[in-house]
Unconditional design. Structure first.
Lengths: 301, 291
């Protein structure tokens, strides 16, 4: 709803701007706009350039990295850098682990957060605002202030060096922001459908799973992609809780891996590209949802 | 309707699992951190209760205060950079075609894993073959700095990629807020003869003040607990020159196995973050409801 009005006002702005532009067509305006574009373009170059450079050197061998200009393309792209890191080290294992942890935590987080948000926004009970507040304060707690007790507790109950410690931590720490993203959508849902279902004698679980949850699928998609990005990129929990190489994720695994290859720029570049590629692809496909999710998850009155 | 929708048992079933996870993995641990902070403890074996000794030690620990100073410096630079992001957002929200593409491009660094970003910037700063020094040498600088290895530069050399990484995030937030301003207000001001910069400073800025406050809190708190890039790029070095609170705490715990002292730092970090959040909100509360 909110976003729609944002979009509408956006087109309104553009329309009035267009009128202005044609009305006041002057040299000053042209050079002014030129400067603005130049400035915004430079910012874009600054933001993108390191990543482009990374992709370039991931396809070079050392000789080309050291001797060619940094902006030059390699004569023939060295795809074997990618083959080498994917087959020689544990990168494929790390990649698979990242995927498993990410997906498990996303599913768990979305289900639990949806249940809480449903109870807070659709059901009537005293203390619902208090409970919401307790979840929201979780947004402000630094992970570092919990990590020693978590390490100690996971050790005690045998979950250290176990995928569960990571998945549960991801879930707990992402619940607040996920609820925040879901909240606005749930509050805007019409009550009539639920009322009709109650009239028909549906019980609460039927209403949640069969009626409300399916209606929230757009916002679930948004929340899921945001969760996915956070989990895929997470570092501290895995670095602290996981010691076996076979259980490490990309972010932690590549640290050791790169340590072994310090002088092989192509191999390092390829490893880093493999690490960021899933997110880049998700971004290309779902950039609108990502933008929406970040906006909804960051600012709320 | 009411009977179904206020069914106590159902409410418990829907809230309890998430609530339990939140308590077990966030709230109980922060209480434990405060408690462990009063122990002499290596992480394994017995904890010995020493009262507030760790906290007393913390107050006298110059290395810690140095790292705290660095954290606040990062917070300061992050907050100052907000002005730049706001400036860019005002341009984006007002004048330009292709806005969507631009602000999406700006966002990309924020979506990528910090540790990958860190490794990439290690390469950028590489004294011999990094792109920065290659460009500097091509421009005629004969003896370019060694950046991360230089104690005077290391911290600033890390602050740049941190600011680079989060630029798109804040631009996105400001842009959304600016687009929410009713067009009639801007139009009315324009008809009254207001200049673009007057509109920006006297109409747009006050209208998005709430959002600006939130971003200040996010930037300050995010900086105070910042860890990832520093841990990977310098691990606080050279010789503590880029140490921040979180990296100091982490090496006390998992390198020196001084879990008691590290817990005290962790608890202090928590208190600072909460106090700063509360403080900024209180300080800027006067003009709360503008819309």
């Amino acid at each position: 709803m909110e976003l729609e009005s944002v979009k509408n006002s956006g087109t309104a702005v553009r329309l009035t701007e267009k009128k202005k532009q044609t009305a006041k067509f002057s040299l000053w305006n042209i050079s002014g706009y030129g400067l603005l574009y130049l400035f915004l373009g430079l910012v874009a170059v600054f933001q993108l350039f390191p990543i482009v450079w990374l992709v370039l050197f991931s396809l070079k061998n050392n000789q080309e990295v050291f001797n060619l200009s940094p902006f030059a393309l390699p004569k023939t792209p060295h795809w074997e850098n990618y083959v080498k890191v994917w087959t020689e080290g544990n990168i494929s294992q790390y990649f698979f682990n990242s995927l498993t942890y990410t997906v498990s935590a996303v599913i768990l987080t979305i289900v639990l957060a949806s249940m809480v948000t449903f109870a807070i926004t659709r059901m009537k009970w005293k203390g619902s605002r208090l409970v919401l507040g307790i979840f929201m304060v979780g947004l402000m707690i630094p992970a570092h202030s919990t990590i020693i007790p978590l390490f100690s507790t996971f050790t005690k109950i045998g979950l250290i060096d176990n995928a569960l410690s990571v998945i549960l931590s991801y879930t707990a720490f992402n619940l607040p922001i996920t609820i925040m993203i879901l909240l606005g959508f749930y509050e805007a849902l019409p009550r009539e459908v639920e009322e009709a279902a109650v009239m028909d004698g549906a019980n609460i679980h039927h209403i949640f799973f069969k009626i409300t949850l399916p209606m929230t699928s757009p916002v679930i998609a948004t929340a899921a992609i945001i969760n996915m990005i956070y989990n895929w990129n997470e570092f501290v929990f895995v670095n602290t809780f996981i010691s076996s190489d076979s259980l490490k994720t990309m972010t932690v695994g590549i640290q050791n891996f790169i340590g072994q290859y310090t002088t092989d720029w192509g191999a390092i570049g390829a490893t880093l590209v493999i690490c960021i590629l899933p997110i880049l692809i998700a971004f290309l496909l779902l950039s609108n949802r990502i933008v929406e999710g970040i906006a909804a998850g960051s600012v709320k009155g | 309707m009411n009977k179904v929708m206020s069914n106590k048992k159902a409410i418990i079933i829907y809230v309890a699992p998430a609530f339990f996870l939140l308590l077990a993995l966030i709230y109980i641990p922060i209480i434990q951190t405060g408690y462990f902070g009063m122990m002499k403890w290596t992480g394994i074996g017995v904890k010995e209760f020493i009262g507030f000794d760790n906290y007393a030690q913390l107050i006298k620990d110059t290395l810690f205060w140095k790292s705290a100073y660095h954290s606040f410096l990062l917070a300061l630079f992050s907050t100052i950079s907000l002005a730049g992001y706001l400036f860019i957002s005002i341009i984006l929200a007002g004048k330009v075609k292709g806005v969507d593409l631009l602000r999406k491009i700006y966002l990309i660094p924020m979506l990528l894993a910090s540790v990958a970003i860190a490794q990439l910037w290690l390469k950028i700063y590489n004294p011999n073959n990094g792109i920065l020094n290659k460009v500097l040498m091509a421009l005629g600088v004969s003896d370019p700095p060694s950046w991360l290895a230089d104690p005077k530069l290391a911290l600033y050399a890390i602050i740049i990629p941190i600011i680079w990484q989060y630029a798109g995030f804040y631009i996105l937030i400001y842009y959304a807020a600016l687009k929410n301003i009713p067009e009639e207000l801007i139009e009315a001001a324009r008809i009254d003869g207001a200049k673009p910069w007057q509109i920006a400073l006297q109409i747009k800025m006050p209208l998005i003040m709430n959002v600006i406050k939130v971003t200040i809190v996010l930037a300050v708190v995010g900086s105070l607990k910042y860890f990832d890039l520093i841990y990977v790029m310098t691990n606080g070095g050279p010789n503590g020159a880029s140490e921040v609170m979180a990296s100091y705490m982490y090496s006390k715990a998992f390198k020196e196995f001084d879990f008691g002292y590290a817990s005290a730092i962790g608890f202090f970090l928590l208190v600072i973050c909460l106090v700063v959040t509360y403080g900024i909100r209180k300080l800027t509360e006067a003009d709360k409801e503008i819309y």
